[in-house]
Design a protein around this ligand. Structure first.
Ligand SMILES: NC(=O)c1ccc[n+]([C@@H]2O[C@H](COP(=O)([O-])OP(=O)(O)OC[C@H]3O[C@@H](n4cnc5c(N)ncnc54)[C@H](O)[C@@H]3O)[C@@H](O)[C@H]2O)c1
Ligand SMILES: O=C(O)[C@H](O)[C@H](O)COP(=O)(O)O
Length: 383
């Protein structure tokens, strides 16, 4: 059996080496010739999967080791009887931690003594938005949830607010899929009119897909005096992103919200499980067995004078978005081709990033509420 796979999928050999021969190719530039003789195709989000890639091939199974599926023509695959599997939720915790870290930097820049004083509107309350909401609520934030498809399906209008109401919050964070059709299509959902209503004291985060915001309208809005602060992890036309937009946003990261090691390896694991089920093979491997000891495994705080400092230090010891922001800005020189290559390189060579659950936190003489906050984020506590 021949498995053609994006070379950026981690642990290919460990998970799939005993299932078939693996041909590693660049996900971004994969062509029909690369996959023609394959039985199985494994991708991440940068490969468009549909008739152009697969017509005439013998591929029977396609797996994407990602949450997002907007790069896959699922209707066409179903029509051809090609089995498809994604990795729902694989990196949801990683994105939630990314947003928490962005919030902590934002609160510090705004000199807020208590970050929970900010209200947060979550747009798209699925695996990512739901995980983020759970953490924020446990931390004591006021959270507003906007998810019209869920509100309709669950008949629970009370739990959810409108997009307009969510966009009144101090922080608005986007976690919807990219969809182009239907009543709840998200393509350019944040258009010029909606962006105009944002205030200068608000923070807008997009960690869903770039095209959910009208990038041209955002570019113009950010040139105005009362512009909101914006953190973008995802961009229109990746990897050929707009360098002027990078300059105008407050925080710019190269689509790495979900790039914790745990998130990436879980993506591989979920596709491995789906392929094993499809082939009738036993599932013997688990993501956890391949995760190394983290470089930083313990941190200890004694009667922290400023308890929020302790939380901030631990959170940023695991992940600080300013490092990714600095790397992306530094990569924005040169021609459009050079910038696109640099964007992909930053993602390919991404440093190992571990989730908060990999860090044991020892707390001595600290308050119960600080302990609860550490737990809410996902740290392992030793008291
Ligand atoms: N930045 C990153 O690295 C990164 C990582 C993972 C996922 N993502 C993106 O985030 C998206 C969400 O991930 P998820 O795991 O939460 O997906 P999910 O499918 O579990 O949840 C998405 C939620 O969005 C809701 N939704 C759909 N249309 C909406 C609309 N118009 N308004 C408000 N809500 C709407 C859905 O009802 C659903 O509850 C993915 O599709 C992917 O594109 C980005
Ligand atoms: O959809 C997802 O899971 C994320 O956007 C994912 O992190 C994208 O990473 P990529 O597939 O581009 O490496």
């Amino acid at each position: 059996m021949l498995i053609v796979a994006d070379e950026n999928i981690p642990l290919l050999e460990s998970f799939f080496g005993d299932i078939g021969d693996i041909r590693r190719v660049s996900g971004r530039t994969m062509t029909a010739a690369d996959v023609q003789d394959a039985d199985v195709l494994l991708v991440r989000s940068v490969t468009r999967v549909g008739p152009e890639l697969l017509e005439g091939s013998r591929v029977r199974f396609v797996g994407t080791a990602t949450i997002g599926t907007d790069h896959v023509d699922q209707a066409w695959l179903a029509e051809r009887g090609i089995r498809f599997a994604a990795a729902p939720g694989c990196n949801a915790n990683s994105v939630a931690e990314f947003v928490l870290s962005v919030l902590s930097v934002h609160a510090e820049v705004r000199a807020l003594s208590d970050w929970t004083a900010m209200s947060v509107g979550i747009v798209g309350v699925g695996n990512v938005g739901g995980e983020l909401a759970r953490k924020l609520e446990r931390l004591g934030f006021e959270v507003k949830l906007c998810d019209p498809p869920r509100a309709e399906a669950e008949g629970d209008e009370e739990q959810f607010v409108s997009l307009e109401e969510a966009m009144e919050c101090d922080v608005v964070t986007l976690h919807t899929p990219l969809t182009r059709d239907g009543k709840h299509a998200t393509f350019r959902m944040l258009d010029a009119a909606r962006l105009d209503r944002l205030r200068a004291d608000q923070l807008l985060i997009n960690a869903g897909r770039g095209e959910v915001i009208d990038a041209r309208a955002l570019h113009e809005r950010l040139g105005q005096a009362n512009a909101p602060r914006v953190a973008l992890d995802v961009w229109e036309r990746e990897p050929r992103i707009d360098p002027e937009l990078v300059e105008r946003v407050w925080l710019a990261t190269p689509h790495i919200g979900g790039y914790s090691l745990e998130g990436k390896v879980q993506g591989t694991e979920m596709v491995y499980r789906a392929l094993s089920h499809y082939l009738g093979l036993p599932v013997r491997k688990k993501a956890g067995q391949f995760l190394p000891e983290p470089a930083l495994s313990k941190v200890s705080f004694t009667s922290a004078a400023d308890e929020q400092d302790a939380l901030r230090i631990a959170l940023r010891a695991c992940y600080d978005p300013r490092a990714d922001d600095a790397r992306l800005r530094a990569a924005m020189g040169g021609s459009a081709d050079e910038r696109a290559a640099a964007f992909d390189r930053l993602r390919r060579d991404y440093p190992v990033r571990r989730e908060c659950s990999s860090l044991k936190v020892q707390l001595k003489g600290t308050s119960k509420s600080l302990q609860d906050s550490f737990r809410a984020i996902g740290f392992k506590l030793k008291i």
